[in-house]
Design a protein around this ligand. Sequence first.
Ligand code: G4P
Length: 567
Amino acid sequence: RTRTRANTCLFNNNGESAATAAAPRSEIDRRRNLAIISHPDSGKTTMTEKLLLYGGALQQAGAVRQKAEQRATQSDFMEMEKERGISISSTVMNFDYEGFRLNILDTPGHQDFSEDTYRALAAADNAIMLLDAAKGLEPQTRKLFEVCRMRGLPLFTFCNKMDRPSLSPYELMDQIQEEFDLESFPILWPIGDGDRFKGVLDRLEDVVHLYQKPAKRGAKAEVIEVPLSETDRLEELIDDAELFEKLLEDRELLDELIEPLDMERVLDGEQTPLFFGSAMTNFGVQLFLDKFLKMGTKPTSRPAISGDKKEESTEQPVSPEHEEFTGFIFKTQANLDPRHRDRLAYVRVVSGVYEKGMKVGHSRSKAGKKYNLAQAQALFGSDRSTVELAYPGDVIGINNPGSFAIGDTLFTGAERVAFPGIPSFSPEKFAYIRSPNPSDYKSFRKGIDQLLAEGAVQALRQRNDDGGGPLMLAAVGQLQFEVVQARLENEYKVESQMEPLGYTLARWADGGWDAVDKADADGKLFGIMIVQDRWGRPVLLFRNDWKAASLTEEEKDLQLKPWSQPP
Ligand code: G4P
């Protein structure tokens, strides 16, 4: 094989991409890309921070939270990043640990921005479900779990806050089984909870890890490791006869009751490796990280359509080892720095090697048109401007010339490649938006179009509207609307008025307009608003979940779906 190696220059003297190369297998194998899903307040920020601490990417606990709270100015931000040698951008955090490269895709904590979380999950290979052990499954966990399941992501579950009075671990396992039809395989099993939380049993190694509460908040916990076989020593160290008995009992019971760990089933979403610990006091966190790195999926193949002409295109997964660069955009952001009208697109690399300055094709541009990725923003390392190379599983921020939108594919190679678009999920808030000053209309439209391209909100129109009618915005949470209005005002200098609508749920009717018309003629759509999405497809708006559920059940021809896949 004479193909250029990834780590040598891929450019000829004209600075044009001379050849592309497959990513070295070692780089693919060491990458773990993950997103944390949780209900607000379960400890996601604390957990993320602890993971970064173990990776040596942070020296000080509290840094991630500080960042989130201050939303510091751009330059402070970069200063912090330089100091710590990592990127704490709100999109991806990455660090090296024990030879692995971890990419943690950030998912906004506030549920009003769950649309962003859905998209981050499109770019993730693994999901970690973080639960508050006192509360178990909560509404936001349920919602996000559905997205993980739809995406077929392997799910690791961490029950956090065991240093507080918690539900019984069996109860938590039951909840996961009953609600998600997901079997748990406990890997770390807790010894006590609340003030009596002593540590965890590592069921894969049969070793008990006993922790000493750190003297200083945020410091690493002192840990003593004792093999389960050393019963006398263990009993003495646990120093609580009841807990010691319970540990031995639990262990036996679990061995009897629980199906063996089967990574195939984890990958198929039938089984979840289960961990218990406390992010705040560091109990079980490093162990969890070690296990996750070994068990988590490395970047995998993704389904795609290749070919320039529709009739000749083929459906074929793109493997990370594929010799051309491919990646897709899962997030765009404009005006990060108010002094410049800069626009960024975040690309998840799927195959090949990204090299600074490379030229790529774009799935929605005409064949042969190339974009230069010279202006790539480094989200890696301490210096923003030095992303020279990126490999499958990585995320890079590139300059968006304005043509890139969420779901688009970028590729090298002669043939067009397109990954499936990123689905939108049911909005729950609906409102008409208009500009009160007719003279502002042009700026208003421009702002709205930009915000729609970013996916800040979704847009819907009345059924027979060909573009001139009132514009309806749809969002998962009210805050999204507020952000739209604030950004229109700050970035586009236009006022806007919103008129809320009393609907709470949308369903896409995959059965098409004929099915909708038929159901309507039969009087089944009373009280339901019929609108179209940006591709002219029928969407039904409901006032309550119950009506949506019963119509989905009774009118099968409508094929109602809580999400839509771009055509
Ligand atoms: P989030 O990002 O999921 O919203 O959660 P975050 O990490 O901000 O944690 C929410 C609260 O729970 C914080 O308390 C945090 O300290 C606490 N917490 C996180 N992990 C643990 C844990 O393992 N045990 C216990 N006992 N508490 C935990 P707060 O009062 O909101 O903030 P702070 O004043 O403690 O910083």
